[in-house]
Design a protein around this ligand. Sequence first.
Ligand SMILES: [Zn+2]
Length: 71
Amino acid sequence: MGSRRPVARRNMLQEAEERRRRMLLRIDAALARIEDGRFGYCAICGGPIAAARLDREPVVTTCADCEHGRN
Ligand SMILES: [Zn+2]
């Protein structure tokens, strides 16, 4: 029983590390999009992404409509 806790904590650390790595990849991708002028435009429909949405989450790659499957 007592050995469960350390394993759970290690898994949590691995998950946190994994999340951080994925976020870094998304930030890298966002920076690449800024460089080639695609930043702020939806990767699916090509339309502009709302500024408020980008303020909230600068790494998003799609507009709200595409994310929710409305386009
Ligand atoms: Zn879109």
